[in-house]
Write a protein that binds this ligand. Structure first.
Ligand code: ADP
Length: 400
């Protein structure tokens, strides 16, 4: 029917016909009619038809992906060939089935939590586990979009699933072997400490008691032995600290970085005084973190800023800025700086740019910092120019 304003409206018309007297006597028939405007419903149907047609046009492309379209009761209305390949059922076998029952979906939390999330945001993204027809477990990165009709009532859910089963398995294997390696490094360095302590003690005793009885060469040998034993102790302690980040980390709790820094400056007061360093800082926030590890992180960065100083006394400044990633901290110094080609390498265990004679150290400090920051879900990097000082940046999650 065309409305006086020119718009086309769809009507559902119901007519009831009553006959008076003989059925054949058509002239005496009385009819009652009702009509209902169903324009919206009709438009929604036409839109659905149009979209399904459009999907059809791109079927070949869409069939490569694992795509499922469901109605509001989660019954499958479209199933790509990609989905058929992944899950093992052909489209005609699954149309009309409830997806989550068919695929025995495991939700990150629960079905209710998932449903609420999708209805609230109209999009949903996370990992799901499904069981295929052959009984295999697949993990998918699922991207879902909820479509609503013109009145805002949900009518369809488009689900695109990315098979990440292999990636997940490799991640898991890597996690296991990393954990094993960490455990090994921990046990090895822990168990090495004891005999090493005995050895270091013995050579030191030798040095003290028998110094006068040895000639110059003998004394030189003993001096080297003592130094080597002490260096090895430092190395083992650093390795132990490094392997403890993952294996002995504490749960995260609200941690005031400013408070941690103040305590640290107190314990570094001798080094600060001797080097003539001036350490300043802006107000620093409270974050969710392992306090002891934040202390180790700052200790290494400030320790390096003092150690790798140039001709001027060290000027070190700490600041923090809020970013979408969380808090971004900066530790700036006026030291010797680093060439751009080494920006990545310095964060790798045992990688150093100087000989021990120039600057003492084991090359574990920045690797430890990286491990700590990554355990907190952040990143660490450096910006620097030789002789112009360095700024070490790291991000950490904000407190809830
Ligand atoms: P270590 O301090 O024991 O040498 P690190 O892992 O802490 O080991 O640092 C690795 C290397 O990065 C250092 O040997 C040094 O060359 C460079 N480096 C670290 N911090 C700074 C800094 N603040 N300024 C200049 N160079 C630095």
């Amino acid at each position: 029917m065309t409305h006086p304003d020119g718009s086309v409206h769809w009507l559902a018309i119901q007519v009831q016909v009553y006959f008076e007297g003989e059925r054949a006597a058509r002239h005496s028939t009385v009819g009652f009619g009702t009509s209902q405007d169903i324009t919206e419903r009709k438009q929604a149907e036409l839109e659905l038809e149009r979209q399904t047609e459009m999907l059809g046009e791109h079927a070949e492309l869409l069939d490569l992906a694992h795509i499922v379209i469901r109605d509001r009761e989660n019954r499958i209305i479209w199933w790509s060939k990609g989905a058929a390949r992944l899950y093992g059922w052909a489209a005609e076998e699954v149309i009309g089935h409830v997806t989550h029952a068919l695929l025995r979906t495991q939700f990150p939390e629960s079905f209710d939590a998932y449903q609420t999330d999708l209805m609230t945001h109209d999009v949903w993204e996370d990992e799901l586990a499904h069981i295929t027809r052959a009984g295999a477990r697949v993990v998918v990165a699922s991207h879902q979009v909820l479509h609503r009709d013109q009145r805002g009532v949900p009518n369809r859910i488009l689900e695109v699933n990315n098979d990440i089963t292999t990636q997940k398995r490799i991640e898991e294997e890597l996690r296991c072997s990393n954990a094993e390696l960490e455990q090994f490094a921990y046990v090895a360095s822990h168990d090495l400490q004891e005999p090493l302590r005995a050895l270091a003690g013995m050579v030191q005793l030798l040095q003290q008691r028998y110094q006068d009885k040895l000639d110059a060469l003998g004394q030189e040998f003993i001096k080297h032995a003592v130094e080597a034993a002490l260096r090895m102790q430092t190395l083992i302690n650093d390795l132990l600290a490094f392997s403890r980040v993952g294996t002995r980390g504490k749960p995260f709790a609200p941690t005031s970085v400013e408070k941690v820094l103040k305590a640290l400056l107190l314990s570094l007061s001798v080094a600060i005084r001797e080097s003539g360093a001036a350490i300043t800082y802006d107000p620093l926030p409270t974050i969710m973190a392992d306090e002891l590890q934040i202390m180790q992180l700052l200790q290494n960065l400030i320790g390096n800023a003092i150690k790798f100083r140039g001709d001027q006394p060290p000027r070190i400044h700490l600041s923090a800025a809020q970013t979408p990633e969380g808090w971004q901290f900066a530790v700036r110094d006026n030291g010797i700086g680093i060439e751009a080609q080494y920006f990545e390498r310095i964060f790798v265990v045992f990688q150093r740019l100087h000989t021990r004679r120039e600057y003492p150290g084991t090359g574990i400090g920045l690797a430890l910092c990286k491990k700590i920051v990554e355990r907190h879900g952040g990143r660490i990097w450096v910006e620097s120019q030789p002789k112009q000082g360095s700024t070490f940046y790291f991000t950490l999650p904000a407190a809830l």
